[in-house]
Design a protein around this ligand. Structure first.
Ligand code: FE2
Length: 268
């Protein structure tokens, strides 16, 4: 937590879908977008304590791109002055992703940044599985400093989009049981390529949007439709509150720009 502001900020990226050689759908350069996030964050004056990426770092089949992903994320972390944490998604190769920092010995782990404990989970197979859930429960038996943040790719809640509604975490009910009555302050996920918020076991869940493409709600009952929209989230925690704010990397030109409103602080 920043001592100046009292706020712990997480720059939450998801679903980069980095490619090697060809652009994704002929248009999307995930690694270029990672660089653009750095530009945006610096221009906006954001000062995250950590950069978190919730999976689908690489597009399926682009296994040779992980060293480039590692370098791009390291550069982003260096530019914004924050460590980078990653989890894997269903597009990621668990074998080739061992090239990533922190993944050399496995794909789930506990990391403490300041007073915040991050439990980074591996749902690359679509579920956590009994072994990882046992580990998660064991970790949560001991509360940590200012609370725990869980990161995983597959949301433990269903998307309202019918074609995605069955693609969330397969063992979501076991996950909910594991985190109930714990010090978990928020669960951060990705996968759906549209932002959403929910609660599980009374704990906030934020599904971050994708940096690669956005899946719209009006694609029809039997379709998914990805649109060229790059987004990330800014997650903030204070002593008593959590908030998440989706941010578009390519905002349209402003309708207006004016001085911030002034609010009276006293009544005379
Ligand atoms: Fe994805």
């Amino acid at each position: 937590m920043s001592h100046e502001s009292g706020v712990f900020s997480i720059l939450h990226l998801s679903d980069i879908h980095a490619t090697q050689g060809n652009l994704l759908y002929g248009q999307i350069d995930g690694l270029a977008r990672v660089r653009q996030v750095g530009d945006y964050v610096l221009s906006a004056g954001m000062t995250p304590e950590v950069v978190l990426v919730t999976g689908d770092l690489a597009e399926r089949g682009h296994s040779g791109v992980y060293p480039e992903v590692k370098r791009a994320l390291q550069r982003l972390g260096d530019r914004v002055g924050a460590p980078v944490l990653t989890v894997l998604g269903n597009h990621d190769s668990p074998t080739d992703a061992r090239a990533l920092a922190g993944h050399e010995g496995g794909h789930y782990r506990s990391v403490t940044i300041g007073e915040a404990r991050f439990l980074l989970l591996d749902s690359s197979g679509g579920a956590l599985g009994a072994k990882q859930l046992r580990w998660l429960k064991g970790e949560l038996e001991t509360p940590s400093g200012s609370g725990t943040i869980i990161a995983l790719h597959h949301p433990p809640v269903a998307s309202p989009l019918p074609t995605l509604s069955r693609t969330g975490l397969r063992d979501a009910s076991d996950f909910a049981e594991a985190i109930a009555d714990s010090d978990v302050r928020i669960v951060l996920a990705g996968h759906y390529h549209h932002p959403m918020s929910a609660t599980v076991a009374g704990i906030p869940v934020s599904v971050g949007p994708s940096l690669a493409y956005h899946q719209v709600m009006n694609a029809g009952p039997d379709s998914v439709s990805g649109h060229n929209l790059a987004m990330f989230s800014l997650v903030q925690l204070t002593d008593g509150l959590v908030s998440t704010a989706p941010v578009s990397l390519y905002p349209d030109s402003p309708l207006f720009t004016s001085p911030a409103p002034q609010y009276a602080t006293a009544i005379d």
